[in-house]
Design a protein around this ligand. Structure first.
Ligand SMILES: [Zn+2]
Length: 214
């Protein structure tokens, strides 16, 4: 069974997630930790739980979600995985850091490209990859069907959806992806978003103002 540990990091209040199971292997998702105190919080948790990081994943390439990539790579020397359509954002990371006034180091080049339908394995667990563009061209959602949760990145929030006015964004594409791929999942599926509180597919299906039929 997968345990989800969340952290809130950086000026952008990004949710960083550590996923682990009984094997003690873990995956680090969207390491937003961009100062020593937050970086120590992440590594302190991993040491205290005696976890072994095996991979890092960016749900997408926006600067707040990748600001700590370089730190994680340096600390654990694990592969970085993401969708290829957001790699251009990583390449311009320092430009975006300046633009959005956030401290970040240049992220490493991704080691592994994830695409729709891929599976990410760690320990005894598996995550399915959904490609849901619209917030960014290469946004992915990681779905743990057996454990009934998903890591949504900035695709879906409690009561909202990702903004679509950044480079490569598209509102219709995002809505289509959310309705076609996420709203068909079991209602009890827990949604861990890239910012803000946890929700469920059922709650968003019923109440999210962006997903109600016009
Ligand atoms: Zn974003």
């Amino acid at each position: 069974m997968i345990t989800v540990q969340s952290f809130v990091f950086s000026e952008f209040q990004v949710n960083t997630y550590v996923l682990y199971d009984e094997s003690k292997q873990c995956i680090i998702i969207d390491p937003g930790c961009n100062n020593p105190r937050q970086q120590a919080e992440l590594t302190g948790f991993i040491s205290a739980q005696e976890l072994k990081p095996v991979r890092m994943i960016n749900t997408h390439g926006h600067i707040d979600h990748v600001a700590g990539d370089s730190f994680v790579k340096r600390t654990y020397d694990i592969p970085l995985a993401m969708h290829e359509k957001d790699v251009f954002l990583l390449e311009k990371a320092l430009h975006f850091a300046e633009l959005f006034d956030i401290f970040a180091e240049q992220p490493p080049v991704p080691d592994q490209i994830l695409k729709e339908g891929d599976e990410v394995h760690f320990g005894n667990s598996v995550l399915s990859v959904f490609h849901i563009p619209g917030h960014s061209p290469g946004s992915i959602v990681l779905y743990a069907g057996k454990d009934a949760f998903l890591i949504a990145g900035d695709v879906l929030f409690k009561g909202s959806i990702g903004r679509c006015d950044l480079p490569g964004g598209n509102h219709e594409t995002l809505i289509k992806g959310i309705t076609g791929k996420l709203m068909i999942l079991p209602r009890e599926t827990v949604v861990y978003p890239g910012h803000g509180p946890v929700t469920t597919i059922g709650h968003e299906y019923d109440t999210n103002p962006f997903l109600q039929a016009k």
